[in-house]
Write a protein that binds this ligand. Sequence first.
Ligand code: XMP
Length: 506
Amino acid sequence: TILVLDFGGQYNQLIARRVRECNVYCEVFPYNISIEKIKEIAPVGIIFTGGPNSVYIEDSPKCDKAIFELGIPVLGICYGIQTMAHVLGGTVATPDNREYGKTETYYNTNCKLFEGLPEKGVSWMSHTDYVSQLPEGFEVTAHTELTPVAAMQNVDKKLYGVQFHPEVLHTENGIAMLNNFLNKVCQVKGDWTMGDYAVTAVNQIREKVGNGKVLLALSGGVDSSVCAALLAKAIGNQLTCIFVDHGCMRKNEGDEVQAAFSKWDINFVRVNAQERFLSRLAGVTEPEQKRKIIGEEFIRVFEDEAKKVGKVDFLAQGTIYPDVIESGVGDAAVIKSHHNVGGLPDFVDFKEIIEPLRLLFKDEVRKLGQELGLSETLVWRQPFPGPGLAIRVIGEITKEKLDVLRDADFIFRDELAKAGIAKDINQYFAVLTNMRSVGVMGDTRTYDYTLALRAVTTTDFMTADWARIPYDVLEAASVRIVNEVRHINRICYDITSKPPATIEWE
Ligand code: XMP
């Protein structure tokens, strides 16, 4: 085990994720974990994360000096190097000129961290203070123009520190540096896999749940599906999954989700609530109101079903790490009120929430899903908004419009898959605009709907670029859609990025 000690920085889980990428198991603990607990865990190495504080602020987090006496290798990152230097008798100062962002850095490649790597490269800096005087027994192993101690080491005590952030991709060879720390300093082999993660998670769930009952709201998305699979493996029929079909799913989706989960030995409940949702949405055109109605109705339907299950001990949620970060951002402006199957708590009678994916990033969740034997279609499902097609039918929603959109959307996705480019595009779908225009089909005038096709590439969905889909693929989709789907006589391709547009149209 590698122990990552959290000093409050923004990249804490990213560090943990990088360690996992190096195929080494790690756990994140608060910085003030007791020495006894560390001894009990007996990690092969410890990493201090960054943090927003200055070591000179009175109640800023300080590490326990005794950590350095354990003989366990330590790597301090950013605030981590500062607290290490401070506690061991060095000096931390606030320079006149701050370094921020990509910074040219010079490395001593005799240092184990930088062994086999170039002597010069860009590193990512984000700090106010720096180490101005080394603690006794340390030497400098990297510097930049403004930061004399960009890295330091005490080889005998196996203590290392870096002022920059090796976990951030902007740092060239940053992951190789972490790998060097793990392999060359901590001497771990790096043979841990997501399969091992599944085993550990299953055991932890069993231990926590005992013979209690667990309830999960299953949306069919990647996160809730992997969460369900993990729980199914751990506790079988102590798990009840409620899948609310609000009638705004894509073509065949409800049946696919049902098929995927009915074969497990769990209690799977599908609620066909289409009518209920459609009648509440009748006549509603305003996007935020649609979202609100669906969110509320979802909770009501779920509540009704949950009552039938009776008292449960745990409510499970497929929260993943990026959700944790986003919900932590307090004052960000509400662009759209997101409906996630996540936020359901108060009304269900349960003791505790369990979130077995809380520490994982999306691609890790996918890997875990594969390990658990979920189908490719489920594991690689693109993100789908909670309100579903309701926010892709612009204007009033009717069953007929939803059906038209479902068929058109299916063809678009099918053509992208046939062209072999689906996996390169992060999200793609059709939108039924509320606009009608004149066309001609077989010498007859038509007056029908305009369909928009949307496809974007993105890494974080906060910004996105419209996908450069080859013209012949667009053409194939266009021809098929107008021929096979009634009531569509015109098709546009959305060529706006985010910002200024958003990915969804509502
Ligand atoms: P926008 O349209 O805001 O979408 O650029 C960004 C990403 O979020 C998805 N999205 C949602 N996901 N509940 C969700 O779970 C929602 O209510 C919701 N609305 C948008 C959207 O599909 C895109 O991937």
